[in-house]
Design a protein around this ligand. Structure first.
Ligand code: MN
Length: 225
């Protein structure tokens, strides 16, 4: 087959195995930690998980600088566990869901918070608040199997802790998210799921370094330029 324009590059991420992981889609879970749902003004017990997406080419490798994005004065970090699917499917049973996981990484769901607030107020989509260029910083992918069930998750801005929680604080665990999402769309190998952020989200400024840590995984570090 030939294309009328050059075909886009396949977005991908490095793994601990050396070979790279091809990224197909990036799903993100909203309000998956009770304390963050409350800090954003919502009742964490009121709703099932909900999702938004980022383009696959919004993915940035840990260690790459990120330019402060246009059209915002309130650019935020969100520390998250990232799940990488090695197998897809529909109507995946929760009990079988973890067998679809290829691996895990740390991630930073970069957010134009002011645009998100405007979108919420106007009942408009979140795309320009969440799915802008370079908005998904992802650390080295680790094959599934070495993630402590109660791993600590932290975010540090210039070395100061802004977010600190445990993965067990997630309202919807990874298996429940995969099962629920697979009832809405056909999941596929290469899909990433960013699983939501704990309380403590806050602004990033030019010159600051943001580091997301999850016990057992490689940190995702970004300098804002
Ligand atoms: Mn998020």
């Amino acid at each position: 087959m030939t294309f009328v324009i050059p075909a886009p590059t396949q977005p991908s991420l490095p793994t601990t195995l050396g070979d790279r992981f091809p990224v197909r889609r990036v799903f993100c879970v909203g309000r998956n930690y009770a304390d963050h749902a409350r800090e954003m003004g919502h009742d964490p017990n009121a709703e099932p998980p909900f999702y938004f997406t980022k383009p696959a080419d919004a993915v940035v490798e840990s260690g790459s600088p990120v330019a402060y994005p246009p059209a915002t004065r309130d650019f935020h970090h969100e520390a998250e566990l990232v799940v990488a699917l090695g197998r897809g499917g529909t109507d995946i049973a929760e009990a079988a869901a973890l067998s679809h996981v290829w691996g895990y990484a740390t991630g930073n769901d970069l957010t134009r918070r002011d645009l998100q607030a405007e979108a919420k107020a106007a009942r408009r989509p979140w795309d320009m608040a969440k799915g802008f260029d370079c908005s998904a910083v992802i650390g080295l992918l680790h094959p599934a199997g070495n993630l402590p069930a109660n791993a600590a998750i932290r975010c540090l801005v210039d070395g100061k802790v802004t977010q600190a929680a445990h993965l067990s604080d997630m309202i919807w665990p990874v298996s429940a998210i995969i099962a629920h999402l697979s009832r809405l769309v056909t999941l596929a190998a290469g899909d990433l799921i960013m699983t939501g952020t704990p309380a403590g989200v806050g602004p990033l400024e030019r010159g600051q370094t943001c580091r997301v840590e999850i016990e057992g995984l490689t940190p995702a570090t970004t300098r804002i330029i």
